[in-house]
Every structure is written in C-alpha cells, then in structure tokens.
Design a protein around this ligand. Structure first.
Ligand SMILES: Cc1cc2nc3c(=O)[nH]c(=O)nc-3n(C[C@H](O)[C@H](O)[C@H](O)COP(=O)(O)O)c2cc1C
Length: 187
C-alpha cells in the first residue's frame, strides 16, 4: 500500500538551481532519484525506488497532461510539462519537467528520465488557470473533453503543445547551461 498524504494548501519553494532528477522503467516505476528529489518531496530513497511515479501526483493535475506525457514518451519523443507535485507532508511544489526516453543500441526504449526545476511564478499563474478548467471538464465530462479543450486553447494561440510549453518555460542564461550539463551527466 502506498501512503497517500492529504494535500494542504502550502507551497514548498526551492532554489531554481536545484534540479530534481528521476528515472523510471517503462511502467513508471521509479528506478533512480537524486538527493534533491528526496529533500523536496520528503520521501527517502528507499520509499521512492520501486514505487510508481504517481507517488507525487497531485489531485489538482488534469489526467490529460499525463496522458499526453506518456503517449509522447512511449512514441520515442521527449516532452516538457509544468507539473504540480504533492510532497509527503501534503504540501505542493511546482516544477518544470523535461522528460525523455532513453534507447538501447537497437533503438528500443529502455528507460524514461525526468529533469525538473522550480517553475517561476508567471509560469505557474498561466498554467494553473488552464489546469483548473481542464480538471473541471474532466470531473464533469471525462478526459477526452479536456484534451479537446487543451487543443482549442492551443489553436486559439495558433501553437502546438511543444511550441506553447517551449515559449512558456524556456530556461535562459546560466540556468540553461547548468541544466544542459546535468542532462548530459544523467543521460
Ligand atoms: C520519468 C517520469 C517522470 C514522471 N514524473 C512525474 C512527476 O514528477 N509527477 C507526477 O505527478 N507524475 C509524474 N510522472 C507521471 C506518472 O507516472 C503518472 O502517470 C502520473 O503521476 C499520473 O498518475 P496515474 O497515471 O496513476 O493517473 C512521471 C512519469 C515518468 C515516466
């Protein structure tokens, strides 16, 4: 049985230089975490390794976002997203997550990796509003309708999901350099 904390309306803020890294197998079972993941989520390495990644799933997150993430990763492509996560204490923390599949020599996907950093307030503000609407649609009409809404939202902005997210979350300056270095290290 996985322990499910009761969400409380308190945010955990952390340094934008702290990258949260994890790896999973193709079913989303955690196989690796770095220390920042443990520190910020409040779980020990022992609790996280072997657990499904939805251990940090926050109920405010629309299902459609994870559907999109999984569909993209399992088709062999990288994807970024803004995710509200639930810590063991019930507090939440917002991250920008870059997720990517890792391949073996034959081109088969062998694992999935996530690099996360703190989401700036302007990003949270924009995405929070969108997710709230999507979540309400899901509760009343199901996930398919919330994907339709997301598509409409993007169409209105004349953007693909990738372009929208890229524009919203693009790391700049020294942060971009640091993030690239970390990705190379853990790839
Ligand atoms: C590499 C990787 C990292 C993930 N990171 C997160 C995360 O930080 N927070 C989260 O809620 N889900 C994350 N997920 C998605 C979860 O596997 C899961 O799909 C999600 O929490 C929704 O739970 P559910 O699929 O049981 O509905 C990640 C998945 C992968 C493959």
């Amino acid at each position: 049985m996985i322990y499910r904390p009761i969400p409380i309306d308190e945010e955990i803020k952390f340094s934008k230089k702290k990258f949260i890294i994890s790896k999973t197998d193709l079913k989303g079972i955690i196989t690796f975490v770095n220390k920042n993941f443990c520190d910020i989520s409040g779980y020990s390495e022992e609790e996280l390794i072997g657990a499904p990644h939805n251990i940090v799933r926050h109920p405010d997150m629309p299902k459609a976002i994870f559907y999109l993430i999984w569909k993209t990763l399992l088709s062999g492509r990288a994807i970024s997203g803004v995710i509200k996560n639930l810590s063991k204490s019930g507090k939440y923390y917002w991250v920008i997550a870059d997720l990517e599949p890792k391949f073996d020599k034959n081109g088969n996907i062998v694992s999935l990796t996530a690099f996360r950093r703190a989401a700036p307030q302007n990003v949270i503000d924009e995405i929070e509003e969108l997710y709230e609407v999507m979540l309400n649609i899901e509760k009343k009409h199901g996930m398919k309708k919330s994907i339709d809404y997301l598509e409409g939202y993007l169409e209105e902005r004349d953007m693909t999901y990738d372009a929208f997210i890229l524009e919203l979350i693009k790391p700049r300056g020294i942060l971009a350099t640091l993030l690239d270095a970390f990705k190379r290290l853990f790839r």
